[in-house]
Structure formats: structure tokens, C-alpha cells
Design a protein around this ligand. Structure first.
Ligand code: ADP
Ligand code: MG
Length: 252
């Protein structure tokens, strides 16, 4: 076996210990992929499942901040790298941010990123998990391709917003996933409506995600409002303390 085969064999055996592997994707940046991935991980962990969360956004890692873990360092052991455990629900988290000094960007070309991603899949000690949630970077480039090639995904959740512009970009991601034989299991509509803390007024901005769901025969799994409270919990690293669960009753 050469090195690549060996790595693939290790990845396969690791992934066999994980019952469900779900990627959260969008194609577009800033639509709330990381927020949705984190909220989904928390939803599952609250239900008592063993959950891992892989931050696959090497250029814009944001999972550690959502959980208030920016300063943590994962420990290495003979079995590999131990994920960092989240404070409240012990979600097993891995991110490139744990490996880089604060504020320093990773400056790598695509092939290098894919290589490090493969190393993560092979050398992180996830252990037995019920769910591994993979937070994808924006776009349909090297990382999503590598994840879809290397991980036998159970499904991809697409994050869209009500805006037509987002819908047209998410459409590309849906087509990419289908071309790579990854099943799209549904759409999460983020920033679905506005929840005003003072007037309680709720307004919806557009129909982009609804039209997308209809066109591709997909279910809208959850609708998450644009809300100051969620933003504050995210910014202060307290996403595990956020008390709304928009995935209630849903298991991916
Ligand atoms: N529903 C929402 N309400 C308020 N703020 C949100 C919401 N969803 C995401 N945000 C904020 O928007 C920013 C971008 O979200 P993020 O999840 O990092 O997007 P992505 O991963 O798609 O780039 C973050 O600061 C996040 O806290
Ligand atoms: Mg992100």
C-alpha cells in the first residue's frame, strides 16, 4: 500500500465508528453555515447523542469562537489528536484554529488544505460517535470536494437565506453535491424572518429558499430568524446556552 492508500484505509476505519456523518454547506459565505452547524450539534448533544463537530473552514474557522474555545489547544496522544470538548455538552470539536496563533491566517493553496483535511480525518481521535457534523467553507472548491470524496456522508444540509442571490449560489452547491453522489437532505433557511426584541414584529424578506426547496424537491428542515439574541450568544462564545431549538423534533 502506498501512503495515499494507507491514509484512506485509516480514514475509512475511523469513519466506520461514526454512525451518521452530515456536512453543512451552502456555497455562499456569511449565510450562517457555522451557526447552523453549531446549533445542529447542540440540538443533537442535548438529546443525548455523542456528537463531533469538524470545522472544515481552514481559511475562516469560526467554530471555536461560537463555543468560546479560541484559546484551547488539543492534546496529542499516541492514538492521534484529541478533539477539544465543548464546555456544556462535551461536543468533540476540531478546528485548524486550535493549531494556529490567534489572528494568524492560514495561507495555503488548495492541495495543501486538502492534505491537512485528510490528515484530520485520519488522525483525530473522534472515537465512537452518533453524529459527526462537518462545517464546510463557502464555495464548491477543494474542501467540499475532498470531504465528499473521503467521507461516506449520510447527507448534506444546505443553508440558504430568503434572498434570491443566495438561492442562485446554493443551487450550484446542490448540483455539486448531487454530481458527487452526496444526498442533499434538506435546506435550513437562516435569517428567515426578523424577530424584533422591542416590537416583536416579524417580517419575512423573500422567497428564495422556498423556491429552491420546491425546484429541487427538498424539505425546509428549519427556519431560523435573524435575531439579535442569537448574534449575541454567538459573539460571546455561548452558543450552548442559547435556549431556542429550531431543530426540535428533527434528526438528520
Ligand atoms: N439567524 C441569525 N441571527 C443573527 N445573527 C446571525 C444569524 N445567523 C448568523 N448570524 C451571524 O452572522 C455571522 C455569519 O454567520 P456564520 O455562521 O459565521 O456564517 P458562515 O459560516 O456561512 O460564513 C456571524 O457573526 C453570526 O453570528
Ligand atoms: Mg463558517
Amino acid at each position: 500500500m502506498d501512503n495515499a492508500d494507507e491514509l484512506e484505509a485509516i480514514i475509512n476505519s475511523k469513519m466506520k465508528q461514526i454512525k451518521r456523518k452530515i456536512a453543512v454547506m451552502s456555497g455562499k459565505g456569511g449565510v450562517g453555515k457555522s451557526t447552523v452547524a453549531a446549533l445542529l450539534a447542540v440540538h443533537l448533544a442535548k438529546k443525548g447523542y455523542l456528537v463531533g463537530l469538524l470545522d472544515a473552514d481552514f481559511l475562516g474557522p469560526s467554530i471555536p469562537k461560537l463555543f468560546g474555545l479560541e484559546r484551547r489547544k488539543p492534546l496529542s496522544s499516541i492514538d492521534g489528536i484529541d478533539p477539544v470538548l465543548s464546555t456544556k455538552y462535551a461536543i468533540r470539536i476540531m478546528s485548524i484554529q486550535f493549531m494556529t496563533p490567534e489572528g494568524v491566517a492560514v495561507i495555503w493553496r488548495g492541495p495543501m488544505i486538502s492534505k491537512v483535511l485528510r490528515d484530520y480525518l485520519a488522525h483525530v481521535s473522534w472515537g465512537r460517535l452518533d453524529y459527526l457534523i462537518i462545517d464546510m467553507p463557502p464555495g464548491t472548491g477543494d474542501v467540499p470536494i475532498t470531504v465528499m470524496q473521503e467521507v461516506p456522508l449520510d447527507g448534506v444540509i444546505m443553508v440558504a437565506t430568503p434572498h434570491d442571490l443566495t438561492a442562485s449560489i446554493v443551487e450550484r452547491a446542490i448540483n455539486m453535491a448531487r454530481t458527487m453522489n452526496s444526498e442533499v437532505i434538506g435546506i435550513v433557511e437562516n435569517m428567515s424572518y426578523f424577530k424584533c426584541p422591542d416590537c416583536g414584529r416579524i417580517a419575512k424578506f423573500g422567497k428564495g429558499a422556498d423556491l429552491l426547496a420546491k425546484k429541487y424537491g427538498l424539505e425546509i428542515i428549519a427556519k431560523i430568524p435573524l435575531e439579535e439574541k442569537l448574534s449575541v450568544f454567538c459573539d460571546s462564545g455561548l452558543i450552548e446556552e442559547y435556549d431556542e431549538d429550531y431543530f426540535e423534533g428533527y434528526l438528520p
